[in-house]
Ligand binder design. Structure first.
Ligand SMILES: [Zn+2]
Length: 135
């Protein structure tokens, strides 16, 4: 059975040289034999291609991923936190004359994220310093 096989039952002849199918009747299974001359086999093999291929096994979710998926529901109130290193920060004066602080942080994957502290509910706290590898 090949990935492009179509559901149904067919008879398949396999090449005696490369062991790949060279004929399928009805043509449900793609022939893969690329020999210049297929080595014919007298007796075909009956191949049943399942109607629904088995679903790809979902990758195991770690606890965080499973929790995130359970929380990711419209209307659910959540608190989003992550740790990052402050790269830089700046004050901007808004149209209303108030200054507001934007903090540019770098997460451990090297991505920069600008945190607009005007966002309601944003809270920045000191995190535990990262443990340095002592090698
Ligand atoms: Zn062959």
């Amino acid at each position: 059975m090949t990935p492009s096989a179509r559901p149904g039952t067919c008879r398949v002849w396999y090449c005696g040289r490369c062991r790949a199918a060279y004929k399928s009747a009805p043509p449900l299974v793609d022939t893969a034999c690329s020999c210049e001359t297929s080595v014919w086999t007298l007796h075909p093999t009956t191949v049943t291609v399942p109607h629904t291929p088995p679903a790809p096994r979902p990758q195991a979710l770690n606890d965080d991923e499973a929790r995130h998926r359970a929380l990711a529901r419209p209307g659910r109130r959540v608190q989003v936190t992550f740790e990052a290193d402050v790269d830089t920060a700046w004050l901007t004066r808004g149209a209303d004359g108030h200054q507001h602080l934007t903090v540019l942080v770098i997460t451990d994957d090297g991505q920069h994220h600008a945190i607009d502290t005007r966002l309601p509910g944003v809270r920045i706290d000191a995190a535990q310093p990262k443990e340095k590898d002592e090698t």
